[in-house]
Design a protein around this ligand. Sequence first.
Ligand SMILES: *[C@@H]1O[C@H](CO)[C@@H](O)[C@H](O)[C@H]1NC(C)=O
Length: 124
Amino acid sequence: EVRGASYQQFVRQHVDHPKTSAPNDRVYCNVLMQRRGLTQRRCKPINTFIHAPTGQLRAICVREGRPVGGNLYDSNRSFSVTTCRVLPGSRPPNCRYRAATGVTKVRVACVRRLPVHLEPTYLP
Ligand SMILES: *[C@@H]1O[C@H](CO)[C@@H](O)[C@H](O)[C@H]1NC(C)=O
């Protein structure tokens, strides 16, 4: 694996800053899930986008996070997030989602001081 590959995947799957504009959050989820390649083989059932600069998320692994065991860290600060959950029966290429928004801390796994995985712990 190329160094940083998982971090790039984390950014692709979980970071959207500033939040892409859409008529409503449901449309936001339908568009972003597709645009980020999360609806190709199957509709990814659940995914959260964090609306914060990547630097603030990298900082969780370095100085703005609290270690909670293993390589997991809880962010000190809260972030604006949107969680997309697939609607039953929807299939590629027409994955349809419902959306939940919130402001919450996040829990990430860090490898070589980069976030590579988002834990569902705090998600709306
Ligand atoms: C984040 O929280 C941890 C644990 O409470 C603390 O040690 C650290 O100083 C905090 N970082 C910042 C930048 O406030």
